[in-house]
Design a protein around this ligand. Structure first.
Ligand code: ZN
Length: 286
């Protein structure tokens, strides 16, 4: 999966670092990330010494223009804390964050998606939601605090369940309605306030395809920063009747596929596709 890095790891402990030459800066403009893409589709993020020059005329909203995000494989990543402007190098261009998932530059994609998650949280918490005062950064941890009312705002992660619904040797694969992503997927949905992840699995399956489940069992999880999620994967068994009643607002299709006829390949990126592969190999938790 995307977060399974070939070497090193993501050290996301907050520190009040100042950027230096050789650090990387994630620059975001609207829904896009500044990136260079070579002829082999390998991605590069801009270095601090580049952004330092380009950003002379860029604006930022934060008390600091650069905010430390994390260290990955001994490289320090910073965020440009505003709507980034034009790069001074034609090799770089803004690309939609949603198109970044790719195997060629797996660690860059993971870094960009994780930085995106942190950036969106900063962008959306410039003001206290309780009293409306401008927030300030805490000195020791990743937290925005309100100097007026004392409100403490921590990074927010939304849990979402990825659901592999199994009936013996068959797996339910679906396609989303009204989305750019047109490949087969597993059923999925956000955990609602007041329910467990297992209850979310049963509710989503009932809502999306009108079926009952039993034997809900955990498989694994994946940070998915592009949507601000922690995706939590479960396998579950069909309980009773197998005829689908499709929620056409959510799904374009939902069909049963035999283990030997699974059309989706593992891309080494997503939990969804790993779970589909695991099922096709008969290795799902029983
Ligand atoms: Zn406040």
């Amino acid at each position: 999966m995307l977060q399974d890095l070939a070497f090193g790891h993501l050290d996301n402990q907050y520190r009040d670092h100042t950027p230096q030459k050789g650090d990387v800066v994630v620059c975001i403009q609207g829904g896009s990330i500044l990136i260079a893409r070579d002829k082999n589709d390998v991605l590069t993020l801009p270095a601090f010494e580049q952004v330092e020059v380009w950003s002379e005329h860029w604006t930022h909203w934060h008390e600091q223009p650069f905010r430390y995000a994390f260290t990955m494989q001994d490289v320090r990543y910073f965020l440009w804390m505003g709507n980034a402007g034009e790069p001074g190098d034609p090799a770089f261009a803004y690309e939609a964050a949603s198109t970044l998932r790719q195997v060629t530059s797996k660690h860059i994609c993971f870094a960009a998606m994780t930085a995106w998650h942190i950036f969106c949280w900063y962008r959306d918490n410039k003001f206290c939601g309780r009293c409306g005062t401008a927030t300030v950064h805490d000195g020791v941890e990743r937290m925005m605090k309100c100097p007026n009312c004392g409100n403490m705002i921590f990074p927010r992660i939304s849990p979402a369940c990825i659901i592999a619904l199994v009936d013996g040797d068959r797996l339910m694969l679906s396609k989303y309605a009204n989305r750019n992503y047109t490949r087969y997927a597993l059923l999925a949905g956000f955990v609602e306030i007041g329910e467990t992840a297992e209850e979310c699995v049963a509710r989503e399956v009932m809502e999306e395809v009108g079926l009952k489940v039993k034997n809900v069992r955990y498989y694994g999880s994946q940070p998915w920063g592009i949507a601000g999620n922690l995706q939590i994967g479960y396998f579950c068994d069909l309980d009773g009747d197998d005829s689908v009643t499709l929620d056409e607002n959510e799904l374009a299709s939902a069909e049963w596929f035999h283990r030997d006829d699974i059309p989706a390949k593992d891309d080494g990126i997503s939990l969804t596709r790993e779970m589909i592969r695991i099922f096709s190999e008969g290795k799902e938790p029983k």
